[in-house]
Design a protein around this ligand. Structure first.
Ligand code: MN
Length: 219
């Protein structure tokens, strides 16, 4: 099921179970996921969105195909997400990396996270959501209306596909803006140290060391 395009203008290609063979998305790929909810143990992964930053998005729909509700194997997707030569650009990578690790058994790396970058440089605000960053840094309005829709549906609606794509279409531009701010504020190295720590952070989360956090003084 590939080659399906949305009516929204930006090319959106929907794939089922895995990326097609031979698809090259370049050296930096924007990645996001949609799940049934926010608990990686309870809520299954439904969709993985990817963009090379060229205004088009590839969406991989994962449907339960194996005992226990696990998706069918997706070797191309797994290879890309764990390829050490391909940078993954994400927003709040901590969640997506955890759910991808839990579902696909892979360590997603290397990553950068636009939310971490925003927190490091935009200390004048507490608004670090993707929509707020797209508005403030890019002048782009993205709708979050479909965020809490049923991503487990067998047939996703055009609105869901457009929303899912919009979560990756602007990450390259956002990352570029935030990189410049990290350099300006001399926090680029600190950001890199945070990105490098993400696989360990998500392993801690999945082991149950999320609350209280291991860095917390609270007993
Ligand atoms: Mn999303």
């Amino acid at each position: 099921m590939s080659g399906r395009r949305s009516s929204a203008g930006d090319a959106i290609t929907l794939h089922r179970d895995d990326l097609p063979d031979g698809l090259d998305l370049g050296r930096s790929v924007a990645v996001d996921t949609e799940t049934m909810g926010l608990n990686p143990y309870r809520d299954r992964l439904c969709l993985v969105q990817l963009s090379s930053g060229d205004g088009t998005a590839h969406l991989v729909q994962l449907v339960p195909g194996r005992p226990g509700g696990a998706p069918a194997d997706c070797p191309n997707l797994k290879r890309l997400l764990s390829d050490p030569s391909v940078l993954k650009i994400m927003h709040f990578a901590r969640f997506d990396v955890a759910v991808l690790q839990r579902t696909l058994g892979i360590t997603v790396a290397p990553t950068v996270c636009t939310k971490i970058a925003a927190r490091l440089v935009r200390t004048f605000t507490d608004r670090h959501g993707l929509a707020a960053l797209c508005r403030d840094l890019l002048g782009v309005e993205i709708s979050k209306q479909q965020q809490s829709s049923d991503w487990g549906a067998a047939e996703l609606t055009p609105e869901q596909l457009a929303y899912a794509a919009s979560d990756v279409l602007h990450l390259h531009a956002l990352w570029e803006r935030l990189e410049a701010l990290l350099v300006r504020e001399d926090r680029r190295e600190l950001a890199q140290a945070c990105y490098d720590f993400l696989p360990a952070r998500t392993r801690l989360d999945l082991l149950g060391y999320e609350d209280p956090d291991i860095f917390s003084h609270r007993a």
